[in-house]
Write a protein that binds this ligand. Structure first.
Ligand code: NAD
Length: 372
């Protein structure tokens, strides 16, 4: 079979869905790989690096005319007619907001949305949300240091002492944990908060302080899972008060709270931003999902009247493009292994396999994805 790696065309997308390392392995599985010229450029991967391991460098039309397509972002509407009917497309699809699913289905494509991968142990090595969130959490802290007009660590110098920065992390999933670890490595004093009580231990094991909103047993039970649930109005009020107090004392706030398929919860109200110190910085990793702060502007960085810098930069993983591509590409290669054995001439799409069943969003001419 031919596996195609088209260049990403979504503005701002720097990643690529295969690297020379994964291309070599795909060829080792007895497949042909074609890479669109320049596909790896923004990840600092040259066409030559791909051709050295055996890929053929082609134009976009040829890359799309493949049996299996690896992508980072869903094909754009004008790219869908280029894809061979019956092909498999493995990508992030932004499936909750994607309006092209009927077009993909009527083109008889088997599309697999990597963001729907079940969070089970067996699937960890394919988990693109984790690999990319990890990078985003790291980059969020580095971005904050870029706009923060002070040092992160405590400094004791002949000219006097500089206090360490106080960093507050809201949402302690994969991104939040990496943000805590990165801020700690830079010497900041770190506090963190999440609605899932199980995160307390993880926060403390990284040497940060857990900010705790008292919860009823019922609320604790409801948030026992891997993903957060939408909380009651009463809980949101209690949480809002506590977050407001800690944000006002913080120098840097990094928000990462997401609820799959829903707009991001509002954790920082405009009045909280007004109460923050001049020079403080908010990095809103949820910017693309509406923001954890109402004032965030996705894709923009601006300063409020009281001197708080609001960072709404999106696709932070893409700002560390080479490693982000490298981990993403490995995730996709492992995922493909669920359906492709060495020298296979067709994919084995087994709907009894949970990993396949949960990610397959179109097939047999139908849209299979159902929002919860
Ligand atoms: P996510 O990106 O969906 O959300 C980020 C964090 O925001 C979550 O921790 C969530 O609880 C939190 N959040 C949501 N609403 C909030 C609110 N109102 N206030 C504060 N925090 C709020 O989550 P994620 O990073 O993808 O990971 C979620 C969990 O899944 C993590 O615990 C992670 O370790 C786990 N996980 C497990 C596996 C596996 O077992 N295979 C794989 C990946 C992730």
């Amino acid at each position: 079979m031919q596996i195609g790696i088209p260049a990403e065309t979504l503005p701002g997308e720097t990643r690529v869905a295969a690297t020379p390392e994964t291309v070599k392995k795909l060829i080792g599985l007895g497949q042909t790989v074609v890479v669109q010229a320049g596909a790896g450029k923004l990840s600092a991967i040259t066409d030559e690096a791909y051709s050295t391991v055996g890929a053929r460098i082609v134009n976009g039309d040829e890359a799309f005319a493949s049996d299996i397509i690896f992508k980072v972002r869903a094909p754009q509407i004008d790219e869908i007619p280029l894809i061979k009917p019956g092909a498999a497309v493995i990508s992030l699809f932004g499936v909750h907001h994607n309006t092209t699913l009927p077009d993909l289905a009527s083109r008889q494509l088997n599309c697999f949305a990597m963001e729907l991968l079940p969070r089970i142990t067996r699937a960890q090595s394919m988990d693109v949300l984790s690999s990319q969130a990890n990078i985003a959490g790291y980059k969020a802290v580095l971005l904050a240091t870029q706009y923060y007009p002070k040092f992160m660590p405590m400094l004791m110098t002949a000219a006097g002492t500089v206090k360490p920065a106080r960093v507050l992390i809201l949402g302690v999933g994969v991104a939040g944990l990496q943000a805590i670890a990165t801020a700690k490595r830079l010497g900041a004093v770190v506090e963190a908060f999440d609605v899932r009580p199980s995160t307390k231990e993880q926060v403390e094991s990284l040497g940060a302080k857990f900010v705790e909103v008292p919860m009823s047993d019922e609320e604790k039970k409801a948030n026992d899972g891997v993903y957060a649930k939408e909380m009651s109005e009463d809980y949101k009020r209690r949480q809002g008060e506590l977050v407001a107090k800690h944000a006002a004392a913080a120098d840097i706030v990094i928000t990462t709270a997401l609820i799959p398929g829903k707009p991001a919860p509002e954790l920082i109200k405009p009045e909280v931003v007004s109460s923050m110190k001049p020079g403080s910085v908010i990095v809103d990793l949820a910017a693309e999902a509406g923001g954890n702060c109402k004032l965030t502007r996705a894709g923009e960085v601006f300063q409020t009247e009281n001197g708080v810098t609001l960072v709404g930069t999106t696709n932070l993983a893409g700002h560390v493009a080479q490693d982000a591509s490298s981990l993403y590409a490995r995730n996709l290669l492992t995922f493909l292994g669920e359906m492709l054995k060495k020298d296979a001439t067709a994919l084995d799409i087994n709907m009894d396999n949970e990993i396949i069943a949960k990610t397959r969003i179109t097939g047999d001419g139908q849209v299979l994805f159902k929002a919860n």
